[in-house]
Write a protein that binds this ligand. Structure first.
Ligand code: FE2
Length: 235
């Protein structure tokens, strides 16, 4: 299997390029628009054909690469059914599958960080977006976030996966690349709570500043801007 984990230093975003092998179909999760050329180079060097591209949710800290990749490769843009993006080609329901050649991902609706957040389970690993981070969890104070829903998504869904399941988040701010469900269950400080109310108490009192890119990123991601459209808009 080809599994590339790429990193955007500006937003600390992880992007994943996945394929069952050289010369086959590929899928990208959570691309960052500024790195489109880099993704295309990786795809070309491995003779991969990009057929699908997924955003785990509407990102507030970077502009998605979904639309630039769609323009350049004609790949299908995928998000969960609650996404308010105007340009998504396929909107998945909870527990629906998304496949490319020899690879299957199951969509799991995990709202809380945003109301459109999905995680994707692929055999031994789960892409958790910002729902579950390594030693952290996604903030719940904007984009229709809800600490109560996040608790349900975490404790009712993700933490019920087998403990050895590898966790690949959409971000890490400390250089960590992955974790496991068991490690997060036992060590993640946000998850050492005994009730939904206790979790909400923590999340509702984080008092975080808004992401720097938020005012640009959210509208751009809802409209589905390409690089050229993004540049024109900035002029
Ligand atoms: Fe996010």
């Amino acid at each position: 299997m080809i599994f590339e984990q790429l990193f955007d230093t500006k937003s600390s975003t992880y992007t994943y390029i996945i394929s069952s092998g050289k010369g086959r179909e590929a899928l990208i999760i959570d691309p960052v628009i500024e790195h489109t050329d880099e993704y295309i180079k990786v795809l070309e060097s491995l003779e991969l054909k990009l057929v699908k591209v997924i955003d785990t949710h509407i990102h507030a800290d970077h502009v998605t690469g979904l639309n630039e990749l769609n323009k350049r490769t004609n790949c299908t843009r995928i998000m969960g059914e609650n996404s308010k993006s105007e340009v998504i080609d396929i909107k998945l329901k909870d527990e629906e599958n998304v496949s490319i050649e020899n690879i299957n991902l199951k969509a799991i609706y995990t709202p809380g960080h945003t109301d459109c957040s999905y995680s994707y389970l692929m055999k031994d690993r789960v892409f958790t977006g910002d729902t579950l981070l390594i030693n952290g969890t996604g903030r719940t104070d904007f984009q229709n976030g809800s600490a109560h829903e996040a608790y349900e998504s975490l404790f009712g869904k993700l933490l019920k996966l087998p403990e050895e399941t590898l966790v690949y988040p959409a971000h890490d701010y400390n250089g960590k690349k992955n974790s496991t469900i068991g490690s997060e269950k036992n060590n993640n400080p946000r998850l050492q709570v005994s009730s939904k109310e206790e979790y909400a108490e923590i999340m509702d009192n984080l008092n975080l500043a808004n992401p720097k890119m938020m005012d640009v990123a959210v509208p751009a991601n809802l409209k589905g801007l390409t690089l050229k459209e993004l540049k024109n808009q900035a002029l």
